[in-house]
Ligand binder design. Structure first.
Ligand code: NAD
Length: 429
């Protein structure tokens, strides 16, 4: 059985390492962050992801997963080496690939035998060739470079990894393709083999398409409010068309966020520019996304009539439920806007509080969804955590200072809220 190394133990690297260990492989994970490696050795996950710690502890005990702060030891025996480091946006929207390049250089310097080097990070088209060049410069042994983009969703990453909709592998014909086939033989799904550039493009195309769907339904949500239609039912009706599909990503809300969609949309726009073309649909997608965030803020302002000195209670800070990831979260942007307008903010997020405290040391965090509503001028629902869905409008009514709700996730119905005397603003209701 092939031995696997993974460079980077963030959301993607750790899930990749733990899941391959669960499938029986011998896995070594490397990270430059000493604290993460120390915690991981003790079975403590640096990220919140349902199920990850159980699998982590189990596979450490079985001796199938090990953690290193040092590339030389971490890749010493590897037959395949995944690169799963971050690729954030630069200020100008282009993709920062310096972490990939550094990882490639470290791999090149420390490889002692043939290995397949796999880009699992989301990387701009052409990065596979760039990584190959870096390896050529530093490695004394043969290698192949493969693109194997990751499609997991935070919050359901383990099942997405072990039972994915598809696996995409951009690989040259020959030895590397056989190794990749063997590597994924235990995962029962459709495997699409392509060339490296096409695989890199598939990842951006998929995320951009999902972002377009969200901006599409969000732009309709504004019209639905004006004409008196319900956007959730519009989406439901659309999804029954099999060309659109039951799982289509048509959830109206405060706009897309997270560590992937915003940066990948920007990344694809900048790639198009680099090749002297344009993707106007994606420019509009970004504009709509920003506008949707502005609309949520405007709804709060409309209900409380001026934010200065007002107390706003915010349910949810993570960009979606079941994660502690705050990167590009619409809730983070809203809190920033509320604070700059002079509002007092109290926030509850079941798992993102620790990350939230680092970003917003000046706000109050509560773990009492109803208690925090005392004297609040408005409740804003930004993340649809299950525990928020279980709270009734009547409970809110009994606890809140003024009966104002901005429900950016449509967990309640406008008619029911208004019947109870709330001033209620949902999205597209
Ligand atoms: P992350 O920031 O959570 O983790 C990256 C990790 O890499 C960090 O722990 C960092 O310390 C480590 N690192 C950086 N340089 C290193 C090096 N030279 N050697 C070893 N470790 C190094 O990032 P993430 O969210 O896991 O994303 C990783 C990649 O996967 C990105 O390209 C992202 O776009 C892509 N992706 C992310 C998701 C997601 O849901 N988070 C889903 C699919 C794809």
């Amino acid at each position: 059985m092939k031995r696997i190394s993974v460079m980077g133990t963030g959301y993607v690297g750790l899930v990749t390492g733990v899941c391959f260990a669960e499938l029986g492989y011998e896995v070594s994970c490397v990270d430059i962050d000493k604290q993460k490696i120390e915690d991981l050795k003790k079975g403590i996950s640096p990220i919140y992801e349902p199920g990850i710690e159980t699998l982590l502890v189990k596979n450490i005990k079985k001796g199938r997963i090990k953690f290193f702060n040092n590339t030389e030891e971490g890749i010493a025996h590897a037959d395949v080496i995944f690169i799963a480091v971050g690729t954030p946006s630069k200020k100008d929207g282009t993709v920062e690939t310096k972490y990939i390049e550094r990882a490639a250089e470290e791999i090149g310097r420390n490889m002692r035998k043939y290995a397949v080097v796999i880009n699992k990070s989301t990387v701009p088209v052409g990065t596979g060739e760039r990584v190959a060049k870096i390896l050529e410069k530093h490695a004394k042994v043969k290698f192949d470079v493969v693109s194997n983009p990751e499609f997991l969703r935070e919050g359901q990453a383990i099942s997405d990894f072990l039972k994915p909709d598809r696996v995409v592998i951009g690989v040259p014909l020959g030895r590397a393709k056989k190794i990749m086939q063997e590597l994924y033989s235990l995962i029962k799904t459709e495997i699409l083999f392509t060339d490296v550039r096409t695989a890199e493009m598939i990842k951006y195309a998929s995320n951009a398409y999902l972002a377009v769907s969200i901006s599409f339904i969000n732009s309709l949500s504004e019209l639905c409010e004006k004409i008196g239609a319900n956007v959730d039912e519009v989406a439901l009706g659309m999804k029954l068309d099999q060309r659109i599909g039951k799982r289509a990503f048509l959830n109206a809300g405060p706009g897309y966020g997270g560590s992937c969609f915003p940066k990948d949309v920007k990344g694809l726009i900048s790639t198009a520019r680099k090749y002297d073309t344009e993707l106007p649909l994606l420019n509009v997608t970004e504009e709509i996304n920003k506008r949707q965030g502005d609309r949520v803020l405007a709804k709060v302002v409309g209900l409380v009539k001026g934010l200065h000195g007002k107390k706003v209670a915010v349910w949810g800070l993570a960009f979606k439920p079941e994660t502690d990831d705050l990167r590009e979260s619409p809730a983070v942007r809203l809190v920033e806007d509320l604070l700059s307008a002079g509002a007092e903010v109290v926030c509850f997020d079941p798992v993102a509080e620790a990350n939230g405290r680092q970003l917003f040391p000046q706000i109050t965090f509560s773990n009492n969804s109803l208690g925090m509503l005392k004297d609040a001028d408005c409740l804003v629902i930004m993340t649809e955590w299950k525990q928020f869905r279980e709270i009734t409008l009547l409970q809110i009514k009994k606890n809140i200072g003024r009966a104002n709700i901005v429900d950016a996730r449509n967990i309640y119905k406008k008619a029911e809220a208004e019947a109870l005397g709330f001033h209620y603003e949902g999205i597209g209701q």
